[in-house]
Design a protein. Structure first.
Length: 497
C-alpha cells in the first residue's frame, strides 16, 4: 500500500516514508491510497486476542512495507502493562443502558494521546531505519495540553531523537503545565508561547515547511518530524481502539457481531473522530459519528452548514484540549469526501489560509451529514453534566468527556436513536481536578493542585494515577516562554545551531 498527499495525488510513498516525514512538502497530509477492509469474521477473531495482538493485526493492513517482526516490535513494546495501568490497555465501562465509556486514559500521562504516542516513537524510529535515514529526528509538537506531555513521555531518551514542545501559556490546566514543565529526559525541551493553540500549531507548521530552516538542519545531520495528529503514525493507532472496543463488546455479549454502534467523540483537531471514520470505512458496523465540541463550535457549524469559518472569537474553556479553531485532520476527511480531488483541497485550504473560510460543495455537505452529527455545549452545561452523571451513576467524568456525554444526551433526545453507543472517554478527571471539583461541589475550589487531587479522590474513589501524584516532588525544568514569532529562535537555540 502506498501513501499520497491530500494536496498532490502525484505523491506516492511508503508508510515508513510517510511516518518519517510527517507532513508532505506541499503542505498536505499523507493518506493511504485505499482504505483496507476488515470483515466481521476478522473482527470475531480479534475478539479472542489481546490489545497488542489486535493492534498488530490491524497495522499489518496499513503498514504493508513493515515486516511482521517490525510491527510486533512496535506493538509489543508500546501496549504492555508496564506502560498502561490496565491489562486491557483501553477499558470499557458501562455508563447507562446501551452506553459504553471507552476509557482511553490508562496510559502514563492520563489522556487518550498515550494510545498513539506510546507507539509513535517505535513506529518512527523503525520507519527511519527502513528508509536508511541516519539523521537525528527532531520532533516539534504544538500542544493544547495533552499531546505535549504524551509525546514527551513517548520520546524521552529515545536514541536518535530530540523533542521540543510548545504550548499556549494561558491555555492549559495547572496539572498539564506541571506535567510538562517537570519533564525528565536528556533530549527534551518545553516552551510556553504567548498565544493560543492555533498560534502554536501554525508556528510549528511554518518551521516544518520552511526550506531555509530545513537546509540548516540537513547540514547538521538532522531532520524534522511531527508527533501531532497530522502524522499518519499518530492516526493509525487510533483506528485500532474503535475496532478493538467493538470486538470486546462482541466478546462480552453486549452486542451481536454485525450490530451497528454509534460513536461519540469529544473533538478538537479532528484526529480521534477521523480514526473512528476510518474504522467505519474499513467495515466496522458504525451508524453515526457524533462530533462533540465545546464553545469553540466551529465543527458543529461546519457539519450543519458546510461552511468552515475561523473568523470568530476564540474561547478559553474548561476543556482546553478542544480549544481549537483549525482542525487539521478535517483535511483528510474532506479529501475522501470530495473523491480524492487534490485540486479542490488545495483550493479550500488555500482559502482557509488567506481568508480563513471555505465552503464545501452540496455533494460533500450531503456526505458529511450521512456519517456525522455535530453538537456542542458550553462550560456551564459541561459542569452540570459532570455533576449529574456523578450523582446518577457514581461515574466521574473529565471536562472533555463530559462535553461528549452532554452532546450525546441532546442527540438522543432529539432523534430517539437508541443504537448502542461508545463514548470516547479521553482523559482522567484528575488532569482537570479544579474544574471537575467545581462541578461536583458547586463552588470554585481554592485548594492547591495536589490537595485537589486528594479531594477528588475522596469524592470519586478512583485510584490516583501514580504519574500525577509524583509530580509534586519533581523539579521545574522548563519555566520559560517566548513570543509566537520567536519559536524558530528557540528551536535553533535548543539544537545548538
Ligand atoms: C486531544 C484531546 C481531545 C481532542 O482530540 P482530537 O483528536 O484533537 O479531536 C479531546 N479530549 C482530550 C482530553 C484530549 O487530550
Amino acid at each position: 500500500m502506498y501513501y499520497t498527499s491530500t494536496r498532490d495525488n502525484n505523491v506516492k510513498i511508503t508508510s515508513a516514508q510517510a511516518i518519517a516525514q510527517g507532513i508532505s512538502v506541499d503542505g498536505g497530509l499523507f493518506m493511504p491510497e485505499e482504505i483496507p477492509s476488515i470483515t466481521l469474521d476478522e473482527i470475531s477473531k480479534l475478539s479472542e486476542m489481546k490489545y497488542n495482538e489486535r493492534a498488530a493485526y490491524i497495522f499489518a493492513k496499513y503498514l504493508t512495507d513493515f515486516t511482521d517482526e517490525e510491527i510486533h516490535y512496535c506493538t509489543d513494546n508500546a501496549y504492555t502493562d508496564k506502560k498502561f495501568s490496565t491489562d486491557n490497555i483501553a477499558e470499557i465501562s458501562h455508563l447507562f443502558d446501551g452506553t459504553y465509556m471507552l476509557e482511553l486514559w490508562h496510559g502514563p500521562t492520563c489522556a487518550f494521546k498515550d494510545m498513539a504516542l506510546q507507539i509513535l516513537p517505535y513506529l518512527l524510529t523503525t520507519s527511519a531505519k527502513k528508509i536508511n535515514c541516519d539523521k537525528k529526528i527532531v520532533i516539534l509538537v504544538a500542544t493544547s495540553g495533552d499531546t505535549g506531555k504524551a509525546a514527551l513521555e513517548g520520546f524521552k531518551d529515545v536514541p536518535g531523537t530530540e523533542i521540543m514542545v510548545f504550548y499556549p501559556e494561558q491555555g492549559v490546566s495547572p496539572m498539564q503545565k506541571r506535567q510538562m514543565t517537570t519533564q525528565e529526559g536528556e533530549n527534551v525541551a518545553v516552551c510556553a508561547i504567548k498565544g493560543n493553540f492555533d498560534d502554536a500549531q501554525n508556528g510549528v507548521k511554518a518551521i516544518f515547511t520552511n526550506d531555509e530552516i530545513k537546509a540548516v538542519l540537513d547540514g547538521k545531520g538532522m531532520m524534522f518530524s511531527s508527533a501531532n495528529s497530522i502524522n499518519w503514525g499518530r492516526l493509525a493507532p487510533q483506528i485500532i481502539y474503535y475496532i478493538s472496543a467493538y470486538a470486546t463488546l462482541v466478546a462480552d455479549e453486549e452486542i451481536k457481531l454485525g450490530d451497528k454502534i454509534n460513536i461519540v467523540v469529544p473533538t478538537g483537531n479532528f484526529g480521534n473522530i477521523l480514526a473512528a471514520y476510518f474504522a467505519k470505512q474499513m467495515g466496522l458496523p458504525v451508524g453515526k459519528l457524533i462530533c462533540a465540541s465545546n464553545k469553540n463550535k466551529i465543527l458543529t457549524d461546519f457539519i450543519n452548514t458546510g461552511v468552515y469559518d475561523r473568523n470568530r472569537d476564540f474561547y478559553t474553556t474548561i476543556s482546553p484540549s478542544m480549544d481549537i479553531l483549525i482542525s487539521s485532520n478535517l483535511e483528510r476527511l474532506l479529501y475522501l469526501l470530495c473523491g480524492k480531488n487534490d485540486a479542490v483541497i488545495r483550493d479550500w485550504f488555500g482559502k482557509l489560509a488567506t481568508e480563513g473560510r471555505y465552503e464545501v460543495t452540496d455533494e460533500v455537505k450531503a456526505l458529511l451529514k450521512e456519517s456525522f452529527v455535530g453538537g456542542c455545549c458550553d462550560d456551564e452545561e459541561t459542569k452540570a453534566t459532570i455533576a449529574e452523571v456523578y450523582k446518577k451513576y457514581s461515574y466521574t467524568l473529565d471536562t472533555h468527556t463530559a462535553v461528549a456525554v452532554k452532546v450525546y444526551e441532546d442527540y438522543k433526545k432529539a432523534t430517539g436513536d437508541t443504537t448502542r453507543t461508545i463514548i470516547a472517554s479521553t482523559a482522567s478527571p484528575y488532569k482537570f481536578s479544579a474544574s471537575v471539583l467545581e462541578a461536583l461541589e458547586g463552588k470554585e475550589c481554592t485548594l492547591d493542585e495536589f490537595d485537589m487531587v486528594d479531594r477528588l479522590h475522596e469524592l470519586s474513589q478512583y485510584e490516583i494515577p501514580e504519574a500525577l501524584a509524583e509530580l509534586k516532588n519533581k523539579e521545574i525544568r522548563f519555566a520559560g516562554s517566548v513570543e509566537k514569532t520567536e519559536m524558530k529562535d528557540f528551536v535553533f537555540k535548543t539544537l545548538g545551531v
